[in-house]
Design a protein around this ligand. Structure first.
Ligand code: 3PG
Length: 212
C-alpha cells in the first residue's frame, strides 16, 4: 500500500489509543461495522504493538496504521506487528531511511513550509499537518496550496466532528485524522455502539477521492 492509497480509504482516519489489548479488536470491529476500514493505533501504551498485531490478524479488511512513530526502531516493530503504514508527528531522516528500507508507506507530520520542503527533498508528497488547529488550520492549508500545488495533507490534531467539513472541502486535503471517532473514554467504557455510530457518520462524509 502506498501513501496515496492509504489516504483514500476514509475521509477521517480514527486515531486510537488503546491501553488493554483485549479492546483492540472490538474497537476496530466497531469502526468496520460503521463503514470505516482504517485505524491508526498510536504507540503510546505498552500494548500498542499487540493491538496492531491483533487487529491485523483478526480483521484483515481493516488497514492498521502505527501512529506516534518517533524512532526508526518503532518503524520495524510496527511493520513486524502487521502495520500497513506509518504515521509520525514529525519528519526525521532516520525514519525516512527506515521506511524507505522497508518499502513502507509513511505519513510524516509537518507544520511549516520548511518541513514540507524537507519532505519534498526526500521524495514525499503527502503529509500530516500537525497539530493542525495550532499550525494554522484551514487557512494554513489554503496558503500551502500556492507554493506546493502537488502536496496532499491529512490534517490532524484539534479537529473535532464539527470542524471536519471545513478541512475536507479544501482541494489539498485528502482526509483528516482525529481521536473523536473512538475516544479513550469510549474505549475504556467499552462503548462500541458510540464508536460504530461515529464511524457511520464518517462514512457519510464525502469520499476521499483526491488521492486516488
Ligand atoms: C494525536 O496525536 O493524538 C492526534 O493528532 C489526534 O489529535 P486529536 O485528539 O486532537 O484528534
Amino acid at each position: 500500500m502506498n501513501v496515496h492509497q492509504l489516504l483514500s480509504i476514509s475521509p477521517v482516519v480514527p486515531v486510537v489509543t488503546i491501553r488493554d489489548a483485549h479492546q483492540a479488536v472490538p474497537v476496530a470491529r466497531a469502526l468496520q461495522d460503521g463503514g470505516v476500514r482504517v485505524i491508526e493505533v498510536t504507540l503510546r501504551t505498552g500494548s500498542s504493538l499487540e493491538c496492531i498485531e491483533r487487529i491485523a490478524r483478526e480483521l484483515p479488511s481493516m488497514t492498521v496504521l502505527a501512529g506516534t512513530v518517533c524512532h526508526a526502531t518503532q518503524v520495524r516493530e510496527s511493520l513486524a506487528a502487521g502495520a500497513a503504514g506509518i504515521v509520525s508527528p514529525g519528519l526525521t531522516e532516520a525514519i525516512a531511511t527506515a521506511v524507505d528500507t522497508a518499502g513502507a508507506a509513511w505519513l510524516p507530520g509537518v507544520a511549516t513550509a520548511s518541513d514540507i520542503m524537507r519532505g519534498l527533498a526526500l521524495g514525499l508528497d503527502s503529509f500530516k499537518l500537525f497539530p493542525a488547529s495550532i499550525a494554522g488550520g484551514p487557512e494554513a492549508l489554503r496558503a500551502f496550496a500556492g507554493p506546493f500545488p502537488g502536496v496532499r495533507f491529512c490534517p490532524t490534531g484539534g479537529i473535532d466532528r464539527a470542524a471536519v467539513a471545513r478541512y475536507l472541502e479544501l482541494g489539498n486535503v485528502a482526509c483528516v485524522g482525529g481521536s473523536w471517532v473512538a475516544t479513550e473514554k469510549m474505549i475504556d467504557a467499552g462503548d462500541w455502539e458510540a464508536i460504530r455510530a461515529n464511524a457511520e457518520f464518517v462514512a457519510t462524509l464525502r469520499a476521499a477521492e483526491k488521492c486516488q
